[in-house]
Design a protein around this ligand. Sequence first.
Ligand code: BJW
Length: 233
Amino acid sequence: MMQNRDMNIAVLTGAGVSAASGLSTFRDTGGLWEQYRVEDVATPEAWLRNPERVTEFYNKRREQLEHAAPNAAHRALVELESKAAVHIITQNVDDLHQRAGSARVLHLHGELTWVRCCGPEQVRRYWGTRPVDLLSQGCANGHPWRPDVVWFGEEVPRMDEAYPLVETADLLLVVGTSLQVYPAAQLAYAALGRIPVHVFDPAPLSISGRNLVEHHRGPADELLPCWVETFVP
Ligand code: BJW
């Protein structure tokens, strides 16, 4: 197999990459934001107002993740590592990229399998997919645990690590994201016009500067494995 370890590929993934694993996306028909109001479950204010409801939302998602497995799109990105240096930047809180075997995965919006304390130290603890009564327990300093995810209105601290990965990449793949949420979406725009951008998504392209983008329109679990197989760095 042809290898070019000097080629850097950045991959920005979103909920669509895990759709074929049975995990709901957010904004598609039947997606999570049709079943829940964002302001009830995915903001710091929701957590302060009704932590039980937020805990229940994330416990259900943990339970779904427990029964989910990586799909052909996750596996294709592992296969890509045999051809180039691959850095995955995922907006997803699931752990399916890691479970598939990807070596370098940066979680922009946190991880469902971790909790962190509400105190200033923000101590993190691995929790796995078992449900948790977050409110009856706390860290050593007595601060309650919360899901280790980034809610609307909260800073996305790992953007500082994500930008250089795109800025030093030779190619960007954008897989299964509506690019509606910022600052994550800015990563795609940072690449536009500088390096080739390939989008794998069944929806029409949302990114402007479309003539600079190659759109592989369809499910990533079907299109990405073929693309990786024929890709020559
Ligand atoms: C398939 C497929 C298949 C289906 N194969 N594809 C106005 C303008 C600009 C910005 C703002 C604004 N007002 C407010 C903001 C900021 C706000 C924001 O972006 N809002 C927009 C919605 C307007 N952003 C924030 O608040 C962020 N923080 C911030 O800006 O901080 C500033 C700050 C600085 C300093 C101090 C303090 C603050 C934080 C954003 C956090 C997002 N969090 C969530 C929840 C995470 C936890 C959880 O999972 O519960 O992250 S929201 C949700 O959206 C989740 C996702 O990661 C994120 C992106 O969604 P994604 O992945 O794109 O999913 P979908 O459903 O949108 O798209 C799925 C795609 O898959 C579709 O395209 C399908 O077609 C496709 N698909 N099947 C391939 N088989």
